[in-house]
Design a protein around this ligand. Structure first.
Ligand code: SF4
Length: 348
């Protein structure tokens, strides 16, 4: 196939979105933006990106940030392991590289939370290194461009596509080329239906378009069904505020705060809810009352939330828990999005 880079770059320079991490593509900016954009749309991520950089303008500031404040800066973006890994990596960068990301693909890849794609994006965009940065957008473009039926979830197929991406990469503009491919996938070669081939600079070269198969590509293995689980949540209030417990330091939503939560547990009826409170050593007050249920979908698990609300007398919080006023909940504690239905009930 003829080299796609000239037409692609020409299109990119005329059509790219002006984004703050493009205007000032320092390694820290590119790193932060790529981590934020992993699960979040550009428009939704931008206010978070700007606030994060106002609070933590460089890697040493990120390394030194109090973890609760860090969670607060990420609140609403979800997938909190991303920000915990950012900080772990920032601390390593301070210890090993004097606070600046290394201009080395393998050294970047060795940092927590930085996979092949992110390492490639930082190395090519910020340091001008000739490496690939292949995300879902790029895989989709190449599956269509080559009319290739390979499952893009298959590592061997991904390796082949990555080799093709590199066949076209111009040595003098690896970062722009990588960004142009991502931008083409985001703006023109769209997922989930008909791509905008009429606006595509690669239309004359595209085998998928010529074969009339573009919308059927790429092929992906059918994802595994999510685990369904019942979760009981008790919103317990006393004159000192709402009862919060901290999640374990490892695993799902690690270290974040939540109302009293019983995973894989369906407490049926107010009697069972009272028993659960008493087991924690709490004096129960009024009869617990049920609230409308809710659902939260994580990537691999689906929570069916059964909500209860109860008023308790003033008393010490059980081990691992605190009483938190609404103001403290707004300013200090980070409640994950899984508890969105609870936040409304708690007046947040
Ligand atoms: S011609 Fe259409 S299918 Fe081919 S790369 Fe462009 S937008 Fe995608």
């Amino acid at each position: 196939m003829e080299n796609i880079a000239p037409a692609l770059l020409d299109w990119f320079y005329k059509n790219r979105r002006i984004l703050p991490f493009r205007t000032d593509p320092s390694p820290y900016h590119v790193w932060l933006s790529e981590i934020m954009l992993q699960q979040t749309r550009v428009a939704a991520a931008l206010p978070y990106y700007e606030r994060f950089l106002r609070e933590l303008p460089d890697i040493p500031a990120l390394a030194a940030c109090d973890p609760e404040k860090l969670h607060k800066l990420w609140e609403g973006l979800g997938y909190y392991s991303r920000v915990r890994n950012l900080q772990k990596a920032a601390r390593i960068v301070c210890e090993q590289y004097g606070g600046d990301l290394p201009a080395d693909y393998d050294a970047l890849l060795a940092l927590p939370g930085i996979g092949e794609y992110t390492a490639g994006a930082i190395a090519s965009i910020s340091f001008g290194l000739a490496v690939p940065a292949v995300d879902g957008n790029v895989l989709r473009v190449f599956a269509r461009l080559y009319n290739d039926d390979g499952f893009i979830t298959d590592p061997a197929v991904k390796r082949l596509f990555t080799a093709r991406v590199m066949d076209h990469q111009p040595p003098d503009a690896p970062g722009d080329y990588n960004q142009a491919l991502m931008e083409l996938g985001a703006l023109v070669c769209l997922p989930g239906g008909e791509p905008l081939c009429g606006q595509c600079p690669l239309a004359d070269l595209c085998a998928g378009r010529k074969a009339g198969r573009a919308r059927d590509l790429p092929r992906k293995a059918v994802p595994k069904a999510r685990k369904q689980t019942e979760v009981t949540v008790i919103l317990a209030e006393s004159p000192e505020g709402w009862l919060l417990q901290q999640r374990p330091p490892k695993g799902l939503l690690a270290g974040l705060w939540q109302p009293l939560t019983f995973e894989d547990t369906l407490l049926e009826g107010p009697g069972a809810v009272r028993d659960a409170l008493e087991e924690l050593g709490l004096d129960t007050g009024d009869q617990p009352r049920p609230l409308p249920g809710a659902k939260h979908i994580f990537s691999h698990i689906e929570w069916h939330l059964h909500l209860w609300r109860v008023q308790l007398p003033a008393q010490p919080a059980p081990a691992g828990c605190v009483w938190a006023s609404c103001q403290a909940l707004r300013e200090e504690y980070t409640l994950p999005g899984a508890f969105k239905a609870c936040k409304k009930e708690m007046g947040l």
